[in-house]
Design a protein around this ligand. Structure first.
Ligand SMILES: NC(=O)c1ccc[n+]([C@@H]2O[C@H](COP(=O)([O-])OP(=O)(O)OC[C@H]3O[C@@H](n4cnc5c(N)ncnc54)[C@H](OP(=O)(O)O)[C@@H]3O)[C@@H](O)[C@H]2O)c1
Length: 323
């Protein structure tokens, strides 16, 4: 089969298209013919050596949509021919991927493979952050950083679907405003003095929920516009910096700072993702959630896909099509 490998950490040129062996399944796993996969920010971090701790070389890619072509002896939820999405054990930038039964989810005929491939990481994550970590309540206000990105544009839509009364998004460039607005943001603002803007928009109350994937200065300034009883959920550090919080910023104001990682959850508590899966898939299949796809590229253009995401110029999800 064909697949992309990283033999040595580096820039986008580290992604090489090569011939490789089809991965072997274990008794609790399925082999999936990948139809589409998606590019996530974590793929950039893995390729450049900022995150990957596994053996080299490796196939990048966290999520895939495709068809089950082989099942392990102990698999009982799937059969050959099933349409699925998954978080594979092997990388997804390849013709075939192996996934645990627990991290594979059925999709219906209603869902095309492009929308399906866009879903696992950003759909599951955004749903879980809002519903299970921030425990969003009807009418609450939400600030989503990087609101035109894959996670951001999905989180904006889901916040509205879950009853948010006000959604504000931050973006770095004017060209990105349209995507965040299309996703449903009531206000789209830049990062410059964003806390002042949020306090102004909320008449000084501050915002109830903040989703922060940027970290560093953005995390710290977020605390300047988090309301009493507010929840700041930190789940990424695309800025490459860390942010600091002081205990006195939390207790009298009844505010919380929460962390979440889908990777850790997949490894240690995969069972809690079943409920998240059915919630997010229902939204997609009923047509309420339309995860925004900004670009579709063939697998052989994986380098271009990484360049786009890394240069901060992409909007929505980037999908890789496997021939
Ligand atoms: N915790 C988890 O389990 C988990 C899972 C998936 C993703 N994530 C995190 O969620 C974030 C979004 O992921 P995604 O795949 O959907 O990517 P994305 O949002 O499509 O792309 C990343 C965006 O981050 C923003 N950004 C801010 N500072 C940046 C910087 N210094 N360099 C590059 N980008 C910067 C950019 O938007 P602006 O230009 O508008 O700022 C950029 O478009 C990432 O931080 C990722 O690591 C976390």
């Amino acid at each position: 089969m064909k697949g992309i490998v990283v033999k040595k950490f580096g820039g986008p040129e580290a992604l090489e298209l090569v011939e490789m062996e089809v991965p072997k399944i274990k008794e609790n796993e399925v082999l999936i013919k990948v139809v589409n996969t998606s590019v996530n920010y974590a793929d950039i971090k893995n390729r450049s050596g900022r995150k990957w701790k596994g053996p080299m070389p490796f196939v990048p890619g966290l999520d895939a949509a495709g068809i089950v072509v082989e099942i392990g002896d102990k698999v009982n939820r799937f059969k050959i021919g099933d349409r699925v999405i998954c978080f594979p054990r092997s990388g997804s930038y390849a013709d075939y991927a192996v996934a645990s039964e627990k991290l594979t989810f059925s999709i219906t005929e209603k869902m095309d493979f492009i929308s399906a491939a866009a879903c696992p990481t950003v759909g599951f994550l955004s749903y879980h952050l809002l519903k299970k970590i921030a425990h969003i309540n009807e009418g609450e206000s939400v600030l989503v950083h990087a609101a035109a990105g894959g996670v951001g544009s999905t989180a904006v839509q889901l916040a509205k679907l879950m009853g948010a009364g006000l959604v504000i998004g931050t973006v770095s460039r004017e060209e990105k405003q349209q995507m965040a607005k299309e996703a449903g943001a009531d206000h789209v603002i830049g990062y410059e003095n964003f806390a002042d803007s949020v306090n102004r928009i909320t008449n000084g109350k501050g915002i109830d929920i903040i989703l922060d994937s940027v970290s560093g200065r953005i995390f710290e300034e977020s605390l300047d516009c988090l309301s009493h009883f507010g929840r700041l959920v930190h789940f990424g550090n695309s800025s490459g910096s860390t942010g600091m919080v002081e205990t006195k910023q939390l207790h009298a104001s009844c505010r919380s700072v929460l962390g979440f990682s889908l990777g850790t959850t997949r490894k240690e508590r995969p069972e809690i993702l079943q409920e998240t899966a059915s919630g997010v898939l229902q939204y997609i299949e009923s047509g309420q959630l339309d995860i925004k796809v900004g670009k579709k590229l063939p697998l052989k253009a994986a380098r271009e896909a990484h360049q786009l995401l890394e240069s901060r110029t992409s909007v929505g999800k980037i999908i890789l099509e496997i021939e």
